[in-house]
Design a protein around this ligand. Structure first.
Ligand code: COI
Length: 348
């Protein structure tokens, strides 16, 4: 791999005690180009602009996918990247569905290790902080004919981050707009899934909510996701989350939590369709113990209010509840305070 180091690090300009999510980028990035059916040898070079003409394919037709993952500072002074193989696999799942070339997993792993290693001073040390890693791929041909791009760029940039959402979230059950439909691209991390969600989210914000709970496209009776995250409810000491489908993103945080909970015995676990009605009835009867989003950025994001057809239902967010216990257990595995029986941390 070709590596060109920056001659002037920007790290001394960064206030590590104030890191709004995704605003600051580390010194280096990794880049590889696909043309004539082949990926070029990845190159690490100083973070900086890419240049294109206005005919850039992705600006017109949106063959654009991304990943989100994190590297953590560990108690023993090492750096650990959380489940990077899972991100490499999911990137390629998105690539296949978006008719883009797959990026070889070994190159992804080698590249992400080398990039984090070169910028290891950028991994924040404070609790709840990490280096957010953003691999992405986009069509980089320069033509406006409506056919697939012939060239692609794969790039990884990294960003030191603090906690994603400040505090608990108020969510509204969305019954007008839809994030995804059967047969669509909801299970991918394509850019359009996020761009397409901003309008509905803004409408909810105007009504005083932080995010929406996405429901199924057919009749909005099934809970699917929350904002940019998977969602789970605790009802009757049972952790309940909707099953994966082609409408729901296979969250790596979601999968990690399911795996850990199945190995413990403090909560029953159910992965099954969740009716909006069931959640609202549980809330009315005081049986909805907790609700939260699960994602890479926020890890766990407790939901304090669920708005449904004009009524707000309060949900408990106990400091010693299940959500915080699960988050603590994940945090301890990542920091090295607890065992990593699954071999999830790739250490540098
Ligand atoms: C996540 O929750 O990890 C996301 O996908 C958020 C990202 C779009 C910033």
């Amino acid at each position: 791999m070709k590596i060109t180091k920056t001659s002037q690090s920007r790290i001394s300009e960064v206030d590590f005690s104030n890191l709004p999510f995704g605003n600051t980028f580390s010194d280096h990035m990794l880049i590889s180009e696909f043309s004539n059916g082949q990926w070029s040898e990845p190159e690490i070079k100083p973070y900086g602009p890419l240049s294109f003409t206005p005919a850039l394919h992705t600006l017109h037709y949106g063959q654009a996918i991304f990943e989100g993952q994190k590297a953590y500072y560990r108690e023993d002074g090492s750096i650990g990247i959380f489940r990077p193989e899972a991100n490499a696999k999911r990137l390629n799942h998105s690539a296949r569905r978006m008719f883009m070339p797959e990026f070889p997993e070994e190159l992804f792993m080698e590249g992400i290790r080398a990039l984090v290693d070169i910028d290891r001073e950028w991994v924040p040390k404070a609790p709840d902080h990490s280096l957010y890693l953003r691999p992405f791929m986009f069509g980089s041909s320069e033509f406006v004919a409506a056919r697939p791009s012939e060239k692609y760029i794969f790039c990884i940039i990294t960003s030191p981050v603090g906690p994603y959402y400040a505090g608990n979230v108020k969510v509204k059950v969305e019954e007008t707009y839809t994030r995804s439909a059967s047969g669509g691209v909801g299970s991918t991390k394509c850019a359009g899934n996020y761009g397409g969600a901003f309008f509905a989210t803004d409408q909810a914000r105007k009504e005083g909510y932080t995010q929406v709970i996405w429901t199924d496209h057919k009749d909005h009776q099934l809970v699917e996701e929350s904002g940019t995250m998977n969602i789970a409810f605790i009802i009757d000491d049972t952790f309940i989350t909707p099953p994966l489908s082609d409408r729901i993103l296979g969250g790596i945080t979601r999968d990690s939590i399911l795996t850990m909970l199945r190995d413990r015995d403090y909560l029953k676990v159910e992965e099954r369709p969740v009716q909006v009605e069931e959640v609202i009835n549980a809330a009315k009867e005081g049986l909805l113990q907790e609700a939260f989003g699960m994602g890479t950025a926020a890890v766990i994001s407790p939901i304090s209010t669920i708005g449904f057809r004009g009524t707000d239902y309060e949900v408990g967010t106990p400091a010693d509840g299940y959500a915080m216990r699960i988050k603590k257990e994940l945090t301890e595995l990542r920091s090295g305070a607890a065992e990593d029986p699954y071999g999830w941390m790739v250490q540098l």
